[in-house]
Design a protein around this ligand. Structure first.
Ligand SMILES: *[C@@H]1O[C@H](CO)[C@@H](O)[C@H](O)[C@H]1NC(C)=O
Ligand SMILES: *[C@@H]1O[C@H](CO)[C@@H](O)[C@H](O)[C@H]1NC(C)=O
Ligand SMILES: *[C@@H]1O[C@H](CO)[C@@H](O)[C@H](O)[C@H]1NC(C)=O
Ligand SMILES: *[C@@H]1O[C@H](CO)[C@@H](O)[C@H](O)[C@H]1NC(C)=O
Ligand SMILES: *[C@@H]1O[C@H](CO)[C@@H](O)[C@H](O)[C@H]1NC(C)=O
Ligand SMILES: *[C@@H]1O[C@H](CO)[C@@H](O)[C@H](O)[C@H]1NC(C)=O
Ligand SMILES: *[C@@H]1O[C@H](CO)[C@@H](O)[C@H](O)[C@H]1NC(C)=O
Length: 923
């Protein structure tokens, strides 16, 4: 009886770490050592790795059927593991599958993994592992799949690629591997998939790679590979993906490309230096799904056969492809048979002639059509309004003539519509008002006339509307000024609009830039302008606005540029203007302003350009601030000014003595007047210079347009993937953690936004915490509505399936390089030295004003009204130049009804409750 009992108990005894006798204990030891090296597993999956179950039944572990106590599978993908990988893992010598992908592991890959001679499948992708792999996979002769993507591995790949004769898949994407692809890859004779995307590899693509006949997918994009595509590649008849964008490859494609690679599904060559023409034989690659040959130097006509290929995605932009005659355009007619076509990009080529009317018969699935930046002429085919699936339509910078088709409004899924920079005439069709999902509308630089249709007032989602440089007439329709969705731009400048600015302008509470320069607008500046609290640029110059400058204009504390040049404004410069602490450029020239220059204007810390010339100002010129720099202050034509810094050569002010009247008069006529006349001349020239410079700033130059071409795709809201966040935070690495709170953590993240790597702050919500999901939604909604120079601004919200199929929610905010105010106020000696001293009195004052502005905005100007409830130095974040931003709406309350008397209590509130703070670095 007793021996039987012992036998039954044995498995449990063996699994306790206390007894170690037999060799079959090493696997449990290695597993326990693995658990030991994982840092953050309280409450995680590894809690179940304990003596109460057999280790072969531990989650993520499977054992061999033959050798009962040998681990063959260790799969802990997406379990949020932090810490390092223990070298003991090399003792799991029966291991066939090791999958630790999508975790936060850091440190190096232990070289003992290279001893696992049974290993077939290795996946360490999406972690923060680093170091080189030089010791390699010497004993891993069975290895079939290697996934090391999205880590920070370095070093060359040539030393360790040798000898993996069973290798089928190698994926090293998004690492920092350097050096060349070794010619010895030819020995990897079973290879099917190679993915070296986004590394720093250079040199040629080795010819030997093309001799591995089993290859089906080659992905080498985003490296520095040079040379030509070796001809061996055109013998890979099983190849389905040839993806090498953004390298420095050159050469021509062989005419029979499509015949030799008949299985090709994805051909991506964009951003290289390829030349020659696109081979018509591509038509024989009948499985083709994606073609992107953009940003190369392909020339010649587009073979019409391209249209028989029927890819889903066809990107030919930024080449020198041509089409002149209707025959050359025949590819378009052929494309109409492609029912799956979703994207057609032809922009920045040399397409000339008429857009064939067959464009109207393209797939109803077509979402993106971009023919911009060519020389296409003739009318816009009216049938284009049949393309019911269109989401983005780019026709800008061509030579289209005639009117916009009347029925264009039936494209009611459109979000982006650009037809600027053509020769279009007539008035805008009122059907435009049916595009109720439109986010961006650009009609600029055409010859449109007539009034703006009032139906534009139905574009409830529009954020950007540009009508500049046309010949529009009539009064401004008040409906447009009711569109509170307008947040980026409203440009009606350089037209012939008449009448007043409608008071509805006060609804544009989210708008950043409003340009109405060079029209015939008249009447007083409406007081309601002061509701436009998000405005940073307001240009109303070259109109006929009259009356005085309303002092309420100073409530727009976010303004950085205000231009009222050449109107008929009269009265004094309101003293309150000097409260606009953020303003950098202020143009009040060529009006009828009189009286003194308010002395407080010398305290406007950011102001570096002030133009008061050609008014009737008199009295003392202040001498500090903008007035201290003769090149930033223009004043010509104001004959009564005196004082100021000596470089301005004003007479001193007649305060002290009245006894020298005669002498003074003589002095003025003989000395001062000629000087002033000279100065006026200079100033007028400078004025002209400034005006021209400003105008050219408003209009993009050709090189900027090129950049714009790239940007068009992500204009709406930056889309950020989970993978990008993992990459940008090095797998949410501790190094990047800048704060934590009840609902989750805040990381510094480097992201590609608008073609630029930029740091942002990412709040990642811990959705285990009750209420955090609700608070995410509420905060996203609220932050997307409130916007102010002194509030931390929202970049985007991210809600998706995360690594372990759980929901993942994060909010991306502007990154504040100077940390919290708290850090500056209460610093220890070490920090003091690190920060090179404290803040100046001026900086402190400015911060106080900034905070007051922001609170004023939240309480009085913002809808819904927001009460912060937790204003303290640690929640005040300092941006560049120490501009203060209020962050952490963790305890804030939203008054959901703008006119509600009481804050809704926390129980019934859907407002922001307990969002985690964006705690700045150093906290
Ligand atoms: C360990 O191996 C021995 C002999 O190979 C075997 O009898 C024993 O059952 C194994 N251990 C466990 C825990 O089963
Ligand atoms: C690991 O497990 C996940 C799901 O639990 C599965 O999707 C994945 O394919 C497994 N990995 C391997 C290499 O089998
Ligand atoms: C592997 O197992 C051996 C015993 O077989 C042990 O001495 C060694 O420490 C283990 N290696 C690691 C790295 O744990
Ligand atoms: C690994 O391979 C080397 C030769 O490359 C050999 O000497 C060694 O015994 C092997 N080790 C294991 C654990 O298989
Ligand atoms: C295209 O060719 C022109 C002239 O040869 C050259 O200046 C330009 O850099 C080339 N563009 C690309 C993308 O290779
Ligand atoms: C496509 O393949 C057929 C049969 O091999 C060939 O006759 C034809 O010329 C090819 N088409 C093109 C455009 O190369
Ligand atoms: C479109 O397909 C039909 C039937 O498959 C065919 O008859 C017609 O010629 C094709 N048209 C074009 C332009 O390829």
């Amino acid at each position: 009886m007793f021996p039987i009992l012992l036998f039954l108990l044995l498995p449990y005894v063996f699994q306790s770490t206390s007894a170690r006798t037999f060799s079959n204990w090493t696997d449990v030891d290695a597993l326990l050592a693995f658990k030991e090296s994982i840092s953050n597993q309280r409450g995680g999956i590894l809690d179940a790795w304990n003596a109460s179950t057999k280790f072969c039944q531990w989650p993520g572990v499977s054992c061999s059927i033959k050798h009962k106590h040998r681990v063959t599978v260790l799969n802990l993908t997406s379990e949020g593991l932090g810490g390092t990988i223990t070298p003991s893992i090399g003792n799991l010598t029966f291991l066939k599958t090791l999958d630790l992908s999508l975790n936060n592991l850091h440190g190096e890959m232990p070289s003992s993994i290279g001893l696992l001679s049974h290993l077939q499948h290795l996946d360490l992708s999406n972690n923060s592992l680093h170091g080189n792999i030089d010791t390699g996979f010497k004993n891993c002769t069975s290895l079939e799949n290697i996934y090391l993507g999205a880590n920070q591995f370095t070093g060359e790949i040539s030393p360790w690629l040798r000898g993996l004769s069973s290798l089928k898949v190698i994926n090293l994407m998004k690492n920092k591997f350097t050096g060349t692809i070794p010619p010895s890859v030819i020995n990897l004779s079973a290879l099917q998939t190679v993915d070296f995307t986004l590394n720093q590899l250079q040199g040629p693509i080795p010819e030997g790679l093309g001799r591995i006949t089993s290859l089906t997918k080659i992905q080498l994009g985003g490296n520095h590979l040079s040379g030509i595509i070796p001809t061996t590649f055109f013998n890979l008849s099983s190849l389905t993906a040839f993806v090498v964008p953004k390298n420095e490859l050159h050469g021509e494609l062989p005419p029979n490309l499509g015949d030799r690679l008949p299985k090709l599904e994805h051909l991506l060559l964009g951003g290289n230096h390829f030349t020659g023409s696109l081979p018509a034989s591509l038509v024989n690659a009948t499985e083709m799904y994606t073609i992107d040959v953009s940003s190369n130097n392909f020339t010649g006509k587009l073979p019409r056969e391209i249209g028989m290929l029927c890819p889903d995605y066809l990107s030919l932009q930024m080449n020198q492809l041509t089409a002149t005659t209707p025959q050359d355009w025949e590819f378009m007619t052929f494309l109409t048979n492609c029912t799956r076509l979703g994207t057609l990009n032809l922009f920045f080529n040399n397409f000339v002639g008429m857009l064939p009317s067959s464009v109207a018969n393209l797939s109803a699935q077509l979402q993106v059509l971009d023919v911009s930046h060519n020389q296409i002429s003739g009318n816009i085919p009216s049938g284009i309004s049949n393309l019911a699936g269109l989401n983005q339509l780019f026709l800008q910078d061509n030579q289209f003539t005639g009117a916009l088709p009347d029925n264009i409004g039936s494209l009611n899924l459109l979000q982006i519509l650009y037809f600027s920079g053509n020769l279009l005439t007539g008035s805008l069709p009122s059907s435009l008002g049916n595009m109720t999902r439109l986010i961006q509308l650009t009609a600029a630089n055409n010859k449109f006339g007539g009034p703006l249709p009032t139906s534009l007032g139905s574009l409830w989602e529009i954020t950007e509307a540009d009508f500049t440089n046309n010949v529009f007439t009539g009064p401004l329709p008040k409906e447009i000024f009711n569109l509170s969705s307008l947040s980026n731009l409203l440009d009606i400048s350089n037209n012939y609009f008449i009448g007043p600015l409608p008071p509805e302008i006060g609804s544009l509470t989210n708008l950043e830039s409003l340009y109405a320069s060079w029209n015939n607008l008249s009447g007083p500046l409406p007081d309601e302008l002061s509701n436009c609290q998000s405005l940073t640029e307001l240009w109303l110059d070259h109109n006929s606005f009259s009356g005085s400058i309303p002092s309420s204009i100073s409530k727009m504390r976010g303004l950085t540029s205000l231009d009222l040049t050449k109107n008929t404004l009269a009265g004094v410069i309101p003293r309150e203007l000097s409260l606009m602490g953020g303003i950098e450029e202020l143009y009040l020239a060529q009006n009828n302003l009189s009286g003194h220059i308010p002395e407080s204007m010398e305290n406007m810390a950011s102001l570096y350009r002030l133009d008061l010339s050609l008014n009737h100002l008199d009295g003392k010129v202040p001498s500090r601030g903008v007035f201290s720099n003769a090149s930033g202050f223009l004043f010509g034509g104001n004959l009564g000014l005196c004082g100021g810094i000596s470089e301005l050569h004003f007479p001193s002010c007649p305060t002290e003595s009245m006894g020298h009247g005669l002498r003074k008069h003589h002095f003025i006529t003989t000395v001062v007047a000629p000087i002033i006349a000279g100065i006026i001349l200079c100033m007028s020239l400078m004025l002209l210079f400034f005006t021209m410079k400003k105008k050219s700033k408003g209009r993009s130059t050709t090189s900027e347009q090129v950049v714009e071409g790239f940007r068009l795709m992500d204009v709406v809201y930056p889309r950020v993937t989970y993978a990008e966040l993992v990459q940008g935070t090095s797998g949410f690495a501790l190094d990047n953690l800048i704060g934590a709170g009840r609902y989750g953590s805040v990381y510094k993240c480097r992201l590609l936004l608008k073609e630029k790597m930029a740091p942002v702050a990412v709040k990642v919500f811990d959705l285990q915490e009750a209420g955090s999901c609700k608070s995410f939604l509420a905060e996203c909604e609220a932050l997307s509505k409130i916007r102010h120079r002194n509030l931390v601004s929202l970049i985007t919200c991210c809600s998706s399936s995360g690594s372990n199929q759980d929901d993942f929610k994060a909010i991306m905010l502007e990154f504040m390089p100077n940390g919290s105010l708290d850090r500056w106020l209460h610093m220890d000696v070490q920090t003091y030295h690190q920060l090179q001293g404290g803040m100046t009195l001026m900086q402190r004052l400015n911060i106080t004003v900034d905070i007051a502005d922001a609170v004023d905005y939240l309480h009085n100007s913002c809808e819904p009204q927001v009460i912060h409830c937790d204003l303290k130095p640690s929640n005040i974040l300092l941006g560049e130049d120490f501009v203060a931003h209020i962050g952490d709406f963790g305890l804030a309350k939203i008054l959901s009804e703008p006119d509600a008397e009481q804050p809704i209590n926390s129980k019934s509130s859907v407002g922001i409750r307990g969002t985690i703070g964006y705690v700045a670095p150093g906290k």
